[in-house]
Design a protein around this ligand. Structure first.
Ligand code: ZN
Length: 553
């Protein structure tokens, strides 16, 4: 964090020198009057519609989601944006496979010294279903590989000196104490799974620890696993980002994890402490595990909604700034306080409402921005960033012409906006963009206050990063000018009582649409500055993401 602040201060000075006006004074250009068109009441109206009971929580693949998509397309059309989906309409259909685990065919057995111990499904363990086949099973010795991370560029390897060929690896969810977004990247299941497969592993067991239990309790994971797992399908019908080499993937509860580590020569506390401190710790376990899974597979589809505003510059209009916001939420699920509809008002009717307002403001500019803009409402975010990953992998415009992504998700319009956390901006020249936008709006910028939550990889901007496209996900920060208003507490309370619950609805207390409009101004300015700059955004020199995901065109 120190390093980030240092860099921020340094760049802020050079950035201020390059600005065209006196600091503190508004810069009057076309963007000033366009921002006036962003209306709090329109944000509220869109959220009201999208979060309504009738849309049934906009679950990916559901009728409610289809209605939401139709609504977004109609709004884009009425604003005057052109269709930029698959054919001549606003929709890009994402082919998906839905996977439902079958309780009767799912089991996990631990074998120690020849003695078999069957674990209880949903109490001790969960199965992460295999989307490639209806039945899978594996039996193999287990090696604990810590975080399961290999990061040569950081001289870090949890697998050092271990032989896991033909074995099951057990690992914890977190990642070592790398810089925030690198830590987030290395914590993702796909990076860990790919690494396990590269080392010859045939199965994965995700252990629980107090940190993970605090962020995402096992009971909630079980509740969420009632919904089918989804993957998007490649042209040949295989599920993207899946590994046929892995024959069994399971997760353990905290209690089951404690028992699992017995006899390993390391106490659970020792293992948890090392994980918490970001330290590498790995060792073979004195046991063998059998994992069996049986699942139902069904192919479905759900659309991204894609609209375009053509740029005004004869050359730059061939390049695109992509605004994204996920339109899906969790649909209908287990009732909480008598409500089974997961309305997703902040998550993410808010982002879609802001997407529409930003689009409306741009559409009325004359002249229009120099670069073209794409407004994409994506599906399947809650199921694993699927719609954005599909779009970024198979965009409806040429991939090499997408210059940047600005993503909106879960706008916390619950306190006066003082600062913005620009997730991911520090990796590219978008850092200068967010600084300028913040300066124009008298907002401050803050570093990631919760690196353990790995937010950088938890929303759709990450799908663009993986295609080598610089991206930023700005969120309201936790600063306050009023000692009686404590944003960290408001946020914590929201997470505990409304996040991913039916109570994230339009009746929840504290929704302040003026703050949403202010945040929309910031997001608008980011895109505007990118669209107007003759030079397209670039990754920082030697940046991990810039080099790791070097543009795949
Ligand atoms: Zn969500």
């Amino acid at each position: 964090m120190g390093k980030l602040l240092y860099r921020w201060v340094c760049v802020a000075v050079t950035c201020a020198l390059a600005l065209p006006a006196i600091p503190g004074q508004p810069v009057s250009d076309a963007s000033e009057s366009a921002m006036q068109l962003i209306r709090p009441e329109a944000i509220r109206a869109t959220m009201n519609f999208l979060a309504d009971d009738q849309l049934e929580g906009r679950g990916t693949g559901s009728r409610g989601y289809e209605i939401a998509a139709k609504y977004m397309a109609s709004e884009f059309e009425s604003i005057g944006l052109s269709a930029s989906g698959d054919t001549s309409n606003y929709f890009q259909r994402v082919p998906l496979r839905a996977v439902r685990p079958e309780e009767s065919g799912s089991s996990m057995t631990v074998i120690r010294n020849g003695k078999e111990d069957a674990l209880a499904y949903k109490k001790d363990f969960q199965i992460f279903s295999d989307s490639r086949r209806t039945e899978s099973s594996v039996e193999a010795p287990v090696v604990y590989v810590g975080f399961g991370v290999t990061a040569p560029e950081l001289n870090y390897d949890d697998y050092k000196g271990l032989d896991v060929k033909g074995k099951i690896v057990a690992l914890v969810f977190e990642a070592p104490n790398f810089e925030s977004s690198l830590r987030a990247h290395y914590s993702t299941s796909e990076v860990k799974a790919a690494n396990a497969v590269a080392h010859g592993a045939v199965g994965i067991i995700v252990l629980n620890d107090p940190v993970l239990e605090g962020i995402y309790p096992f009971s909630e994971r079980i509740r969420d696993s009632e919904r089918p797992a989804l993957r998007w399908l490649e042209k040949d019908g295989t599920p993207h980002d899946t590994f046929p080499q892995l024959k069994g993937v399971a997760g353990l509860s905290l209690e089951a994890t404690r028992k699992f580590l017995v006899g390993s020569g390391h106490t659970p506390e020792e293992v948890f402490q090392a994980a918490k401190e970001g330290k590498s710790l790995a060792f073979p376990l004195p046991l063998t595990v059998k994992i069996r899974g049986r699942q139902k597979l069904e192919d479905v589809s759900s659309p991204n909604v894609v609209a375009k505003l053509e740029g005004s510059d004869p050359a730059l209009k061939n390049e695109y700034v992509v605004y994204s916001a996920h339109l899906d939420h969790l649909g209908v699920g287990a009732p909480v306080k008598g409500d089974a509809i997961y309305h997703g008002a902040l998550d993410n009717a808010s982002g879609c409402a802001i997407l529409l307002e930003v689009a409306r403001a741009f559409a009325q500019m004359n002249p229009r921005p120099k670069r073209s803009l794409l407004f994409v409402a994506v599906t399947g975010e809650e199921a694993g960033l699927l719609g954005s990953d599909y779009f970024a992998s198979n965009p409806t415009v040429s991939k090499k012409d997408i210059v940047a992504n600005v993503n909106m998700d879960e706008d916390q319009m619950l306190w006066p906006l003082v600062d913005v956390i620009p997730f991911g901006a520090e990796h590219s020249s978008l850092d200068g963009v967010v600084k300028q936008a913040a300066w124009r709006l008298h907002l401050e910028l803050s570093p990631d206050p919760m690196p353990e939550e790995v937010i950088f990889v938890r929303s759709d901007q990450y799908s663009f990063v993986k295609q080598g496209i610089p991206a930023v996900y700005p969120t309201p920060g936790f600063k306050s000018n009023d000692p009686n208003i404590k944003p960290p507490e408001i946020f914590k309370n929201w997470e505990a009582t409304r996040y991913h619950q039916p109570q994230d609805n339009m009746q929840q207390p504290g929704l302040d649409f003026n703050q949403a409009a202010k945040y929309a101004d910031f997001v608008f300015l980011c895109g505007w500055l990118i669209a107007q700059d003759p030079t397209r955004p670039t990754w920082n020199e030697h940046d991990f993401f810039g080099e790791h995901y070097a543009r795949k065109m």
